[in-house]
Design a protein around this ligand. Structure first.
Ligand code: XMP
Length: 497
């Protein structure tokens, strides 16, 4: 039945994930026996095969810390100054517990007029400057503020001046233990900043602890030899990126991604050689590529990992604007086939909108999946929630959108020197997904079930089954795709993610 991958992908068609379907194989192990452990790049291992995109509406410190706590990894975007990007890396790495709340700072002369100002946090921090990284003067508990008759009164008149804090270096279990022992509703976590005093870097509530303890357990968190979370960062291929690289390395970055929509360029190849010469120990991911020719060039130049995808992202318009790209299923299969021969892991980047797409990407040869829209609506993504037509949403924009390029991301599209800027992406919004601390474990459970149906108890065994031709695929007709989705119902309860 069906076709082996070599035959299916050599007919001259560009297939997306939805075009193809695997035929079930033979199961001789339980779902929990499926291991998702993998490699992001030659020397960076992960327990969970997920990567958050280097986009300014997807990955900053909060996302990077949450992804690492799940055994996955976040790549901090470079659409900001090098020093700010380095600060985002440091902040993510300074945590042992993912962030669950936005930290809100005010000065003692401010007033709090609306409950919205607390966002989802149970307290507001009062500092000397009214901003972060400034001496802590006290806190305002939401419960105290709610009791105030006159909301216009200055914070200094009712704030609590002393509060229990714990070091940010404490593990989740230790912080959970303190909260339970002292019956606290929440505790701020602080980092000692030497002469500047203590800096508030996180806030953990007893509700968070209960919630996190209920989530299905994934593999071990992603930590480096220094015991800190693994964090990646993006950079470009301009001369100024060499300076950016210094900042990233000083901040302790664990892996660097050369962020380009068409990676097979002289600029990228020269940058690969430069980075590998300067920092031979630092893993470097090149891309993006979609063909074996592009992949071979970058492998030859010395990359430790390859990012695959062109125009498959949910916000991408590259294929329409530039007439280049490739269906993502074909691109992943073709690139992974050559990359495997050199031991270079492949990241399937873009086009993931459900767990089935992840199963397809990983089975077609990818070692990890990189996601933008799938994670952009989560509480860990940068930005605030808004309401659109009664739906709670967060902004999500392509790094090739005019709006993002105005902030500097045009280098990704090699358009920074062009007088006219041509958009290769759009600005939009995605639905609230809740926390990635819940979203990723549930999604990974579904991925394990998919791999079990294929008879693969690990990613390596999925790759081997595909290569041997034992695993078979078919192309789905339009009608088969409709049949494969929910159909024929007047209404149904939509899955939360
Ligand atoms: P998803 O489908 O996960 O895709 O939202 C995220 C990936 O899309 C790429 N990306 C872009 N591609 N124009 C493009 O053609 C853009 O403006 C753009 N912004 C991001 C990127 O590879 C990301 O990981």
């Amino acid at each position: 039945d069906g076709f082996p991958a070599t035959r299916l992908f050599s007919q001259g068609y560009s297939y997306t994930y939805d075009d193809v379907i695997f035929l079930p194989h033979y199961i001789d192990f339980p779902t929990d026996a499926v291991s998702l452990s993998t490699k992001l790049s030659r020397h960076v291992g992960l327990a969970t095969p997920c990567v958050s995109s280097p986009m300014d509406t997807v990955t900053e410190s909060s996302m990077a810390a949450a992804m690492a706590s799940l055994g996955a990894i976040g790549i901090i975007h470079s659409n900001t100054s090098a020093s700010n990007q380095a600060a985002l890396i440091r902040l993510a790495k300074s945590h042992k517990i993912p962030f669950t709340h936005e930290l809100i700072f005010k000065s003692s002369s401010d007033s709090i007029l609306s409950a919205d100002q607390f966002s989802s946090a149970p307290c507001i921090f009062v500092t000397e400057s009214g901003r972060e990284k400034s001496k802590l003067l006290g806190i305002v508990k939401k419960s105290d503020w709610e009791k105030l008759a006159d909301k216009e009164v200055r914070i200094s008149e009712y704030m609590t001046k002393s509060s229990v804090t714990l070091p940010a270096s404490y593990s989740f279990e230790t912080v959970a233990g303190y909260l339970a022992k002292d019956k606290l509703d929440f505790v701020p976590l602080v980092r000692d900043n030497g002469e500047k005093g203590e800096e508030i870097v996180n806030l953990v509530t007893s509700d968070d602890v209960e919630r996190i303890q209920e989530f299905p357990k994934l593999g071990l968190p992603s930590v480096g030899s220094d015991g800190d979370f693994l964090v990646g960062a993006a950079m470009g291929t301009r001369e100024t990126d060499k300076e950016r690289l210094e900042h990233l390395v000083k901040a302790g970055v664990n892996v660097v991604v050369l962020d380009s929509s068409q990676g097979n360029s002289i600029y990228q190849i020269e940058m690969i050689k430069y980075v590998k010469k300067m920092y031979p120990e630092l893993d470097l991911i090149g891309g993006n590529v979609v063909t074996t020719y592009q992949a071979q060039n970058l492998i030859q130049a010395g990359v430790d990992g390859l990012r695959v995808g062109m125009g498959s992202g949910s916000i991408c318009t590259t294929q329409e604007v530039c007439a280049v790209g490739r269906g993502q299923a074909t691109a992943v299969y073709k690139v992974a086939s050559v990359a495997a021969q050199s031991g270079v892991p492949v990241i399937a980047d873009g086009g993931i909108s459900n767990s089935g797409h992840i199963v397809k990407a990983l089975t077609l040869g990818a070692s990890t999946v990189m996601m933008g829209s799938f994670l952009a609506g989560s509480s860990e993504a940068p930005g605030i929630y808004e309401y659109q037509n009664g739906c709670r949403v967060k902004k999500y924009r392509g790094m090739g959108s005019l709006e993002a390029m105005m902030r500097g991301s045009d280098a990704r599209y090699l358009g920074d020197k062009a007088k006219l800027k041509i958009a290769q992406g759009v600005v939009g919004a995605v639905a609230d997904k809740g926390s990635v601390l819940k979203l990723i474990p549930y999604t990974m459970q579904a991925v394990k079930q998919g791999l079990q149906d294929l008879g693969a108890s690990s990613l390596q065994s999925a790759h081997d089954l595909l290569k041997s031709g034992m695993l078979r695929l078919e192309v789905r007709t339009g009608a088969a795709q409709v049949e494969g989705g929910v159909h024929g119902l007047v209404s149904y309860e939509k899955k939360p993610f």
